[in-house]
Design a protein around this ligand. Structure first.
Ligand code: SF4
Length: 411
């Protein structure tokens, strides 16, 4: 299924030219019987439920969840011990009815306006423990200003329980009950909806997992790598390079990082001499240190082509494991997995623009080298980003290994 919002629509870091984020810029209040609907409920359990938009019936009554979609939501929450009105606050991604025709989509600018005018303020003021977002619009309302990569639609996001660090609460996306109540999809979707809501409610009394800040060791002398076998059985490693494919002679590995635990990582610029590089080559060849990577064929190929070394001891690829655990498209990338598992969004923000080549040719060079060499500060940004990649790979590998092990039942 194609995404609801294209990459182009969501990757812009600036507001659309000439547009402001306000009720005046949005304009939906003009045609609403109940304009700027306020939050409803008592919030006893500190749950914020965000829907897509008030429909005509809700607009006329000035009250949310009064039709079949509300019945589905109420009964599903009730099965989990949650009373929609007493335990939650409810609001929508836009809080004036948009009077959409059947095939019309909600303008993302209107969602951005209402995020600024209402949604963000409610989250900031009431600090929910759990936000349940119902449908694509609702999720876009909560994360669309922070998630700069492919947003796609709710199919990709539903079912994850995200420990969002910026908002300091769980974000649990699922389908809109309005969409389920339309009866266009098969009954499995109602079952999935119920499972998603239960998974969300289960998080209510769980604190967000702790987020450790790793020790990032920037090294020039690589001899310490010789000692890794004595301190760890597993290491995640990652390259930052000038492109996607290593076959162009101008391509080079700029930096490498090795995480030896969940909070200890070594990172370095690639040395110029074979002698200086030798501890790293020995690390790659050492089958006793089990290797982790995200999309291991990248590190494997670059090691072969540029370092003339076959990596030994591969044990885990976070991308393959993500696909094994969840075969939906668009969910296997490291940045997506980091957000849905650890709640950290866009940690690559400062470096990512320089990783893009000027065209689609995989042999083209990106601008990372120029960026690195432009200042010591930028060099440090690349090293830090590279270090974080390995740390996330290490942490993600542990989570995935545990999940896979728990899902394998003995005969
Ligand atoms: S939908 Fe939100 S931003 Fe738009 S007019 Fe209504 S309250 Fe204002």
């Amino acid at each position: 299924m194609s995404g609801f919002f294209s990459k182009k629509e969501t990757e812009s870091k600036t507001r659309p030219e000439g547009k402001k984020y306000s009720c005046t810029a949005c304009g939906l209040f003009k045609d609403a019987e109940t304009p700027k609907m306020q939050i409803q409920g008592k919030f006893r359990s500190q749950i914020l439920v965000i829907g897509d938009f008030p429909n005509s019936k809700e607009d006329a009554a000035g009250k949310l969840w009064i039709d079949h979609k509300g019945d589905i939501l109420k009964s599903t929450l009730q099965e989990c011990g949650i009373n929609l009105y007493k335990d939650c606050y409810s609001l929508n991604s836009v809080n004036c009815t948009p009077h959409l025709g059947l095939s019309e989509k909600l303008d993302k600018h209107k969602i951005a306006c209402c995020r600024k005018v209402i949604v963000s303020k409610v989250i900031e003021q009431y600090k929910p423990k759990l936000i349940i977002t119902l449908g694509t619009y609702a999720l876009y309302s909560v994360i669309g200003n922070r998630w700069k990569k492919d947003f796609d639609d709710i199919y990709k996001w539903r079912g994850f329980t995200i420990p969002d660090r910026d908002l300091n609460c769980w974000i649990c996306p699922t389908f809109s009950p309005a969409w389920i109540s339309s009866g266009n999809e098969n009954q499995d979707f109602e079952l999935i909806f119920k499972q998603d809501i239960k998974r969300a409610v289960d998080k209510l009394f769980q604190p967000l997992p702790p987020l450790h800040i790793p020790r990032i060791n920037v090294i020039e002398d690589l001899s310490i790598i010789d000692k890794f076998e004595t301190i760890t059985e597993m290491a995640a490693f990652d390259y930052e390079a000038t492109g996607l494919k290593p076959y162009n002679k101008k391509q080079e590995i700029l930096t490498a990082s090795i995480a030896v635990s969940i909070d200890n990582v070594f990172v370095f610029k690639m040395p110029k001499t074979e002698e200086q590089l030798l501890p790293f080559i020995n690390f790659l060849k050492n089958k006793n240190i089990k290797k982790v990577a995200a999309n291991m064929k990248y590190e494997d190929t670059w090691s072969k082509v540029k370092l003339k070394t076959t990596v030994r001891g591969w044990i885990h690829d976070t991308m393959l494991a993500a696909h094994q655990l969840d075969n939906r498209p668009g969910v296997t990338g490291l940045k997506f997995q980091v957000y849905v598992n650890f709640g950290v969004v866009d940690y690559d923000e400062e470096v990512a623009p320089h990783l893009k080549a000027p065209d689609d040719n995989p042999n083209s060079l990106n601008k990372l080298k120029e960026f690195m060499e432009s200042s010591p500060e930028n060099e440090n940004k690349v090293l830090t980003y590279n270090a974080w990649d390995s740390i996330w790979e290490y942490r993600l590998a542990l989570v995935q290994m545990e999940t896979i092990n728990n899902s394998i039942k003995p005969f």
